[in-house]
Design a protein around this ligand. Structure first.
Ligand code: UDP
Ligand code: MG
Length: 321
């Protein structure tokens, strides 16, 4: 039997681009006759006619499967749903907007087959067509997160990657609520080949990521994969404890030996305000971690499916054989 490749495609309001995507991906898969394909579209609560288009596609092509969420859960949840439902021996994630060129698939597959890698990930070597300020912040983020976390996160890495079944199973086991896939892919390990490519602009439609959304996502990444902010809070605490001890000695000495009159009201007030600010800042850091812990402890489902054309076939248990 042919080996099966599942392509997971998260879609949120992608009605303009879906027909183009389907055309391109059909063209590329026709070039790979040795493999079977499953196109797993995840409709992340789209408000346009994305779902309608997916239904049409699935009627005309039995390789097309769709999962439709009960509301917008975000790209991370959509990818996770894809990983949980994928049936392929190999699984790839790619955006619907053709920014992840499907034409790279044959090359990615041959690297896995011939060079003994478990996955092939892609990396943009240029950020052409992206606002300058966005690129600048993105670079700063990658520098920072690599310094302070042990997950290896490559600058310019896209979520577009092809991987073997074992790796997919490992990802499915990482069932955390606050998901940051770039970190998760790095954390689980396995041998990954990095394939560089030139940035491609969105084929149609608009980006779903505002600057603010990206900023919050980057904080999510830092908090999920690093405890450094908590350590910084502790170090600031230790620093100020030592400083205050020195301060007490100074005040004592001045009072005992120099008999200073009361002075320095302004500096005292500034100092108290400053310390107050630092304390709130550190409490805030702890609050961020606590909030994430709270969401994890609730153990809510990461996504909820409202509609699908095909449920995953339950694999028989060992004992059923
Ligand atoms: N996406 C999603 N849910 C969301 C936002 C985005 O499934 O809440 C999908 C979107 O349909 C696309 C991919 O994630 O396939 C990447 O989104 P986009 O192209 O807007 O991001 P960019 O490439 O600008 O970073
Ligand atoms: Mg895009």
């Amino acid at each position: 039997m042919k080996e099966l490749i599942t392509l997971i495609v998260p879609c949120y309001n992608e009605q303009e681009v879906l027909p183009l995507f389907y055309e391109e991906v059909s063209r590329v898969t026709a070039l790979m006759p040795d493999y079977g394909f499953e196109f797993l579209f995840v409709d992340d609560g789209s408000k346009d006619s994305t779902l309608k288009i997916l239904k049409q596609l699935s009627q005309n092509d039995e390789r097309v499967r769709y999962l439709s969420f009960s509301r917008n859960f975000g790209k991370e949840a959509a990818m996770y749903a894809g990983f949980c439902e994928a049936e392929g021996d190999y699984v790839a994630v790619m955006d619907a907007d053709l920014q992840d060129p499907p034409s790279l698939l044959p090359e990615m597959m041959s690297i896995i087959k011939n060079q003994g890698y478990d996955s092939v990930a892609t990396r943009r070597v240029t950020r052409a067509g992206e606002p300058k300020i966005r690129s600048m912040f993105a670079r700063m983020f990658y520098k920072l997160i690599n310094k302070i976390s042990d997950a290896d996160i490559v600058d310019g890495a896209r979520d577009f990657r092809l991987m073997k079944r074992d790796m997919v199973d490992a990802i499915v086991r990482m069932c955390e609520y606050n998901r940051f896939s770039k970190g998760i892919f790095g954390w689980i390990g396995f041998k990954t080949y990095w394939l560089p490519f030139e940035n491609v602009e969105r084929a149609a439609g608009e980006t779903k990521w505002s600057f603010w959304k990206l900023f919050k996502y980057s904080l999510e990444g830092i908090i999920s994969f690093s405890q450094t902010p908590l350590n910084i809070a502790s170090w600031i605490g230790i620093f100020f404890t030592i400083m205050s001890f020195v301060g007490v000695v100074v005040v004592f000495v001045r009072r005992l030996f120099f008999d200073d009159p009361v002075q320095g009201w302004a500096s005292t007030v500034c100092f108290i305000c400053f310390i107050g600010g630092i304390q709130l800042f550190c409490t805030g850091i702890m609050g961020q971690y606590l909030a994430k812990t709270y969401m994890e402890v609730k153990n809510r489902p990461i996504y909820i499916i409202r509609e699908t054309n095909k449920k995953k076939e339950e694999k028989p248990h060992e004992t059923d054989k």
